[in-house]
Design a binder for this molecule. Structure first.
Ligand code: KIV
Ligand code: NA
Length: 265
């Protein structure tokens, strides 16, 4: 795929090609992620945690999401860029939801938005889709509702919650969503949902049966070192490597080792 579109993702599912997705929040990181041929870049509201240092995703604002999205879009040649609608920008009223989605699309140039929840946000999803804006769903562990649950533990382990999740997934598909993130649910449930849907599922802590996988880039690179869920595979230990590099710089400056003769004019 020269340029990934929402159509490409559905084709990938049909061809049984797994979809790769990662977050990015700034230009430099997005350049690297896009060049490595990640299919979908998510400007996640996890920026609230990893970029701004908040405990939850609730505080980040629509303006801040647009700032991140704008920076990411400038870096992209190939990936589909999806932007999270932040907490409070789409739950209260469908018209506000559409206004928020329009602002993201217009001001950042992003390709799609993502929202958390099922039947509760049905009218908002409809409105946004009616305007021609592609919508990605997000079910299971939905961090914007963290205070309702109180913990970040695995979701939908009980039958009742699992049934609701499946119903919500079918509803989102029927409304016209192009994909659904399934966060931290049992692998067996991911399998069932993925088999019942013709649109792709993208898992995070959802096991191997999802049609694609997503991780927070800081977690994959090992920049975050205190977050250790079972689902996380770290491909680097950047926390340590960056720390070592920076300590070396400090030592070189203190020892008058940097800059050297060759490094001056
Ligand atoms: O904000 C985010 O990073 C997300 C992914 C973890 C799916 O929503
Ligand atoms: Na998110």
């Amino acid at each position: 795929y020269k340029r990934v579109t929402v159509k490409s993702l559905i084709e990938m599912k049909q061809n049984r090609e797994k979809i790769s997705m990662l977050t990015a929040y700034d230009y430099s990181m997005a350049k690297i992620v896009d060049a490595a041929k990640v299919d979908v870049i998510l400007v996640g509201d996890s920026a609230s945690n990893v970029m701004a240092g908040h405990e939850t995703t609730l505080p980040i604002t629509l303006d801040q999401m647009i700032y991140h999205a704008t920076s990411v879009i400038r870096a992209i040649d190939r990936a589909l860029v999806v932007v999270d609608l932040p907490f409070g920008s789409y739950q209260s009223d469908p018209k506000e939801a559409l206004r928020s989605a329009i602002r993201i699309m217009k001001e950042s140039g992003a390709h799609a938005v993502k929202v958390e929840g099922g039947v509760e946000i049905k009218e908002s999803v409809k409105r946004i889709l009616n305007a021609g804006i592609p919508v990605m769903g997000h079910l299971g562990l939905t961090p914007q509702a963290i205070y309702k649950f109180g913990t970040y533990t695995v979701r939908a382990k009980e039958q009742e919650e699992a049934e609701k999740l499946l119903e919500d997934a079918l509803l989102l598909e029927k409304l016209g969503c192009f994909a659904i993130v399934l966060e931290k649910i049992p692998a067996a449930l991911t399998k069932k949902v993925s088999e019942k849907l013709s649109i792709p599922t993208i898992g995070i802590g959802g096991g191997r049966y999802a049609d694609g996988q997503v991780l927070v880039i800081h977690d994959l690179l090992g920049m975050t070192h205190e977050f250790n869920p079972r689902f996380l595979r770290r491909y680097m230990n950047l926390y340590e490597e960056m720390g070592n590099a920076i300590s070396q710089y400090v030592a070189d400056v203190k020892n008058l080792d940097f800059p050297s003769e060759e490094e001056q004019y």
